[in-house]
Design a protein around this ligand. Structure first.
Ligand code: AMP
Length: 423
């Protein structure tokens, strides 16, 4: 079934969206990209005469109620985005039977954060994998996950999966729930279709040179995609916090910079593989460093010294937080002339204005290459936030709402959220 063919008139649709939007300390949404992304699907259902039951997670409440991660906080923003007077709210997503039953056509009900229930993710809580009782606990959790999914399914006549950001997870609301609808009553939403298409655009028709830029904090969380990309790209820029694991692997001095000491051999392996595959690996050579930075407030502390040094000669007490000028030039030169671009992860601690020059240089170079004909695909919350911060959203080809999901799709994996619908 497709969303265009389905007759929503007189039907209640339960839609899994990704409303995991960032909030500031006044509970204001600082980036509403994800809400805007879901609007076409949600509006279509309302316009066709259906009723909407919207479900999502927010943050990582780890199976417990956490008012700071309540979706109630974004209820009015959702109403505004949909152009409706009211969005009703069910404060317990697993006890919304009455609210769902009372819902009239044209009305909207938003369920509370699905991840207040551990069943959503389906991982046993409070027990280590090494515990002999773990396997039993896992089985019990999988059974209650099915019950949880069945309850959610009972609210509606049809199920629409439109949460690309979590489509790589086999959670109750992203995949298991689909088992409780027959093939004629479950479908992907517009956002999912669009995202899957964008990945397809890149993979099925790679125009060369293909340049990927991988940044962010750690090598470990991206190693799978890095190795995979080494089989696809012509150039790979590795930036951000990863720089220092590579510098350390070659015996460099990295001061207090972020590093994964157990991944030094992984870094060397990446270099080997790049050489073997004829991929040009581009790493930063210099870094903007400081001795006093506070990550919690994303700001420099009083009396901080900021300077640029070689990335493998960072003085004791200093940490590298951004790409230096020489690195920025190297990155921009590597991106120039690219015809396909994938960017995931910032080139520095872009949240702070003192350390956003590297990410800005990458963003500007991507925008320039796009203006010259490249297809640029940007994914991952932080790279999207970079594009917003630097005013580049209209200057790149496609901004994905997915981070992990996008990378898994690029790796060629079938996403559980897609498999649940398409089989
Ligand atoms: P990730 O979730 O792995 O994509 O990482 C994104 C985060 O990496 C952002 O919050 C950046 O502030 C952070 N980051 C980028 N460069 C560095 C760096 N040199 N040191 C520490 N954190 C960094």
């Amino acid at each position: 079934m497709t969303i265009n063919d389905y007759k929503f008139a007189g039907k209640k649709a339960i839609v899994r969206v990704d409303f995991n939007v960032p909030l500031n300390d006044k509970a204001e949404i600082t980036d509403d990209t994800r809400i805007r992304g879901a609007v076409p699907t949600l509006k279509h259902i309302l316009d066709e005469g259906g009723a909407l039951i919207i479900m999502s997670h927010m943050g990582k409440p780890k199976g417990k109620v956490n008012p700071k991660l309540s979706l109630g906080q974004i209820k009015d923003a959702v109403a505004k985005a949909l152009g409706v007077a009211e969005v009703k709210f069910a404060p317990d997503c697993a006890k919304a039977q009455e609210a769902a039953a009372a819902l009239k056509m044209g009305e909207v009900l938003l369920l509370e954060n699905l991840r207040y229930y551990p069943e959503e993710e389906g991982k046993p809580v409070g027990i280590e994998k090494t515990d002999p009782a773990y396997e039993d606990a896992k089985k019990a959790m999988k059974a209650s996950q099915k019950e949880f999914a069945k309850t959610l399914a009972s609210y509606a006549d049809c199920y629409v999966m439109d949460a690309f950001g979590t489509a790589h997870r086999k959670h109750a609301s992203t995949a298991v729930i689909a088992d409780y609808f027959d093939a004629d009553n479950k479908m992907l939403g517009y956002l999912m279709e669009k995202e899957v298409q964008a990945v397809d655009n890149v993979l099925s028709n790679i125009k060369r040179p293909f340049v990927a830029i991988m940044g962010g904090s750690k090598v470990s969380s991206k190693i799978g995609i890095i190795e995979n990309l080494l089989g696809k790209v012509d150039k790979l820029i590795l930036c951000g916090g990863m720089t220092y694991t590579f510098a350390k692997a070659h015996g460099g001095e990295i001061g207090n910079s972020i590093v994964e000491l157990d991944k030094l051999d992984v870094a060397l392996g990446v270099e080997e593989l790049a050489k073997k595959n004829g991929v040009e690996l581009v790493l930063g050579v210099d870094s903007v460093v400081t001795d006093k930075y506070d990550f919690a407030s994303a700001s420099l502390l009083e009396g901080a010294t900021v300077k640029t040094v070689e990335s493998n000669a960072i003085p004791e007490g200093f940490e590298g937080l951004d790409a230096g000028e020489k690195s920025r030039e190297l990155f921009a030169a590597a991106i120039e002339g690219a015809k396909t671009i994938l960017w995931n992860g910032p080139a520095g601690v872009f949240e702070c204005d003192d350390f956003c020059a590297g990410s800005r240089a990458v963003g500007d170079a991507v925008a320039k290459a796009t203006a010259e004909g490249a297809f640029s695909l940007i994914g991952g919350g932080d790279s999207v936030a970079c594009c917003t911060k630097f005013g580049l959203t209209d200057k790149v080809s496609y901004i994905s709402t997915g981070g992990g999901a996008l990378l898994e799709a690029i790796e060629g994996k079938v996403l559980p959220g897609v498999a649940a619908i398409k089989g």
